[in-house]
Design a protein around this ligand. Structure first.
Ligand code: TUI
Length: 314
């Protein structure tokens, strides 16, 4: 059995976080992951504070294990959501898509363990200074908002830059990825795309089917022109968006093209106009199964791989 320091710090059985996917990771999915021994994380995304409060209550009604909330720092509701998590006393807050410095004191005073996603060495150092509990080093293989560096390049550098525990994310969806993350110096992993195929994940069946069927070259990154690159499945929408990005279309029209696109994927399963966020590793996700089974399966797979690697040491 693999136990690492993050299990002790958070009181969880397996060092596996479920990524806080906007529009997708609700209280039900988070509770299922936490009940399976990982850390389930509710995504605040672009939702208002009251939605987040409701999801925290749902999760708490379904599990007595620790649950986290991911705060997407580009959200128009970020200030009120920051307050809601402090009031509701969640155990963990993760952050994405920016710099959470101005909320750190609020959350720490509420007894919350703060675990930001960092996409650079400078951000890892800053978060260490400001009293984060751990950091998530997320490579550009991931789905959704992406940084520049790959997981294999980012994780060791973040490990060198901080004394905090490092959770690896981006491109991890099975035991091989978990083992690789540990060898790079991480003490835990975060997976998003693999949990899109969880039974408890309430996305449109078309979305789940697309993940299961995705191949190696199935994703692309759009949104660089407006400064927020996002990885999603190649669809008519993403190709059209990419074309628009390289055209003379004004920024506000480009922005309007993307508005509501994630909702159209998650709720409507709209292949033409939806934006199906997914990581590159969707290619190896090929079955739907309970979230708890995913958590256990990836850790069970990692064990013999790590043992085999250590058996080569003479
Ligand atoms: O945040 C994510 N994934 C996301 S957020 C999202 S919603 C969205 N909507 C519109 C535009 C952009 C996003 C969909 N997927 N992952 C965590 C993550 N955080 N990846 C990269 C980062 C990151 C990037 C820059 C973290 C810190 C950072 O710092 C910038 C700075 O201020 O120096």
């Amino acid at each position: 059995m693999i136990k690492s320091e993050i299990c002790e710090i958070l009181g969880i059985r397996y060092p596996v976080f479920q990524g806080g996917m906007a529009w997708i990771a609700d209280g039900k999915l988070a509770a299922a992951v936490s009940n399976g021994g990982g850390l389930g994380i509710i995504a605040a995304g672009n939702a208002p504070g009251e939605y987040v409060r409701e999801q925290i209550k749902i999760a708490k009604s379904l599990t007595d294990k620790p649950v986290g909330v991911n705060i997407m720092l580009l959200s128009p509701f970020v200030a009120e959501v920051a307050q809601v998590v402090a009031e509701e006393g969640v155990q963990v807050v993760t952050t994405g898509a920016g710099n959470p410095s101005k909320y750190m004191e609020l959350w720490k005073n509420a007894g919350i363990k703060v675990i930001p996603v960092v996409a650079s060495v400078a951000m890892a150092k800053l978060m260490t200074r400001l009293g984060a509990t751990a950091v998530i080093a997320e490579g550009t293989e991931s789905g959704g908002h992406v940084g520049e560096l790959t997981t294999i390049v980012l994780v060791p550098q973040i490990c060198d830059a901080t004394t905090l525990p490092v959770i690896a994310a981006g491109g991890i969806a099975d035991g091989r990825g978990v083992a690789a993350a540990f060898i790079l110096g991480a003490c835990g992993v975060q997976m998003g795309t693999r949990f899109l195929a969880a039974e408890e994940c309430n996305i449109h069946p078309v979305y789940k089917d697309k993940i299961i069927k995705a191949g190696d070259l199935c994703t692309m990154v759009t949104g660089k022109r407006l400064g927020h690159p996002v990885r999603s499945l190649r669809t008519p929408f993403s190709r059209e968006y990419m074309k628009a990005e390289y055209s003379s279309m004004p920024d506000d029209e480009l922005e309007a093209l993307a508005t509501g696109a994630l909702r159209r994927a998650v709720i409507d399963g709209d292949n033409e106009k939806g934006c199906f966020l997914a990581g590159q590793i969707a290619a190896i996700v090929n079955k739907v199964q309970p979230a708890a089974e995913i958590v256990k399966e990836v850790m069970d797979e990692a064990e013999p791989i790590l043992l085999r690697a250590s058996s080569w040491v003479k």
